[in-house]
Design a protein around this ligand. Sequence first.
Ligand SMILES: Nc1nc2c(ncn2[C@@H]2O[C@H](COP(=O)(O)OP(=O)(O)OP(=O)(O)O)[C@@H](O)[C@H]2O)c(=O)[nH]1
Length: 355
Amino acid sequence: MIEKTRSWLLGSRDNPQQYTQHAVQLIVFVAFLYAAAINYVTSASGYINICIQLAMSISTLGIWYRSRWHNEYQRMAITFMVMITTITLPINWFLNGGSFGPTFFLNICVFMYISVAFRKNPYYRYFGQSFAALVPIPLVMIEYYHPEWISTYPNNETRLIDLASTSVVTSIFMLLMMENLTKKFHLRHSKVEQLSEQLRQLSERDSLTGLLNRRAFESSFTEWKETKECLTIAAVDLDFFKKINDQWGHYYGDEVLINSSTQLSEMSKDTGSLAFRTGGEEFMLMMPCTLNEAYQHIQILHDRFAKMKLLNGPVTFSSGLAEVKPDESQDQFLKRVDRLLYQAKNQGRNCTVVE
Ligand SMILES: Nc1nc2c(ncn2[C@@H]2O[C@H](COP(=O)(O)OP(=O)(O)OP(=O)(O)O)[C@@H](O)[C@H]2O)c(=O)[nH]1
């Protein structure tokens, strides 16, 4: 219920700029109404002041209405800025005790408001900020040369009440602005994180097969070596792949690579392993298990390859299989496993050689 009312009044939270803008307008509307009511009840100022405050309040409500319900956010933001800087602040200065009143507080709010509402529009922002920053100067000079033009508070009590309530409004205002900036920052931050995660994933994937690539192999090797109790890796290489390419064409070769990768990927999912494409028709299977268990997994993979449904019949692979030693570097391991793979090729292919 509260959330519904809030979104009815302020719009979607996903658009923090408009959301804050509407909140500010409604606060200003209520603040003027409140000031007029207080002035009327306490007879702190004359009817002219009360009428001006009511007029400001109604105008602000009109601005909110056009902005919220007629999609005139930008136009109304400018109207609001002009109204506040050229009418509201000077009137407030003359009718509320000049430099003894709360206008300085309000001026800071206006400056903050312009900075947030026109963040995406530097011309309006610089113009508005400069104007808000300079407005107090002529007002102070007028007060200096013509103090009689400034209406004073009837007593010190009224002045203190006015200052205290303006201070509360200013604090709410600042809070809103800061919430807006934080929200915007969080939205950007999570978008950046999302994009960098997407980029990281893309940089670690092979575009043809979708398997992890050599870069991912290198980082996973270090990570798994440190975290897994045992680590066995198979270097897998398709047999006579050049012939396949030469005989059936490169596109067919790609299809063979994709289908072989699917087998490796499914097998790695079943066994909690990781499958990588580290070269043209070279793959690595990283298995968090002993050499014996890994050997059984690879035999199952040979069977799966034999049953693979390809247009020109199944393909085979050769592999070298070895367990990573705790004190062994990646280079040393790769040399060792490559030698095993070479032996498998020499033994007639379609087999796995274990150390
Ligand atoms: N279609 C296709 N072919 C590729 C790709 N990457 C590498 N190749 C080919 O893979 C072939 C690899 O040939 P070789 O290294 O001689 O290996 P092989 O013919 O499988 O011989 P053995 O490994 O000894 O059984 C080359 O012809 C490369 O052009 C790719 O992404 N797509």
